[in-house]
Design a protein around this ligand. Sequence first.
Ligand SMILES: [Cu+2]
Length: 474
Amino acid sequence: MNNQSKKVPLLVTAVIISVIVLVLIVSFWVSSMHFPRNQDYFQYKNELKIPPLLLDRNSDPNTADFVLDVQSGETVFFDGRQTMTLGYNGSYLGPVIRFKKGENVNIHVNNQLDVSTTVHWHGLVVDGEQDGGPHQGIQPGDSWSPAFTVDQPAATLWYHPHLKGDTADQVYYGLAGLIYIDDENSEKLNLPKEYGINDIPLIVQDRRFNADGSFDYRTSTMGVVAGDTIIINGTVNPYLNVNKEHVRFRILNASNSQNVDISLSNGVDFQQIASDGGFLEVPLTRRSIFLSPGERAEVVIDFSRSDLDKISLMSGNQPVMDINLTTASAELTEIPDSLTTIAPINSIENLSIRVFELQSMGISGTINGKFFDMNRIDEEVTLNESEIWIIRNTGGMMRSGGHPFHVHGTQFQILSRNGQTPPLHERGFKDTVYVNTGEEVAMLVQFTHPGIFMYHCHILEHEDNGMMGQFRVS
Ligand SMILES: [Cu+2]
């Protein structure tokens, strides 16, 4: 072969490679083309979606039967553009499931996806087999029917997938919903309780959209890129009309990895009445509420004395929802001074202590130096025995930061934060606690139900990439 005939295939190869590189560059550019936030239609306000209440199919007042279909679908968030999403009994998020304390509950979960999933009842105290963790995978087309008795006080909990390695994706695309537990105390207390009128669920999530409407979920080994849009109950730019009265908001940070700090645009105080596991002893005056992923808070805001027509709900310094104040309500309620009784913590001497060290590196991390292993039980715990768990965030590399530490199968009490008595809003029952870099939180835990449970970081990408362990209660 002479030189001339060698040059032709070389030239062809060079052209092909250039074309491939160009196509890659253009497709990367198109896929990363971010939605122009200054577009008019992105500014349109949308009425806040209120998730439906899930129908109890059993007429027996002591037994409830619920059906959840896990589905894929399309959701319009703005401008008629379709976004591929996942949902329970719908295309995005899921209905609110209401339990009564003492009730026997059966839930029939049908996985209509073409991938496996699980449904974990976050904050619910049930046996390990009913918990919906990674061991309760539901194959595509299969069903799972957990049954349990509700054995804890009134609270706002939630449900979401917990499949090993795939939790973050499934939650980001829409799988999450709220659980309300009611009890005699919550029914008796003079608090706003008209669902969707003055008792409003707020599922807060950060998201980012591409120009075609699809989600722009950005992760890399370095970590997760925060979304630039806060959506509430799956609503972009929401507004809510309420009467000038006391309004209760049940706020869940259902973001994968981002913290939120909720306040009001006029800077007025409001009352926090509950944390993760239920009511605080007394309402607490707060100006803002910090929630890491997985945490909840219930607040009551008094709009009855407001002479404004509109107040914005803020996340940090960004307005995330307009609250339009309409007519004054004829009935003025006062919120109760006392909400519940939390038994004082008895002597904690002689309790056994376990230490959990959190370390992260970009999108992955370890607990006590170990990546999650389904085939390894990390801790053996005795049923009904109180213990002290110490959670230490020792930092790490590449965007290491705070970690929301979540424990399944219990509601715990915080004993101390960095050696100090915890702040008032952390003195109720919790299932998720934020531990910032260099911080140490001690908590009192007790497990009243047997089985295998998880403890993990609730930054879902951290959870998927190693920051999880499992313990057996027996
Ligand atoms: Cu983490």
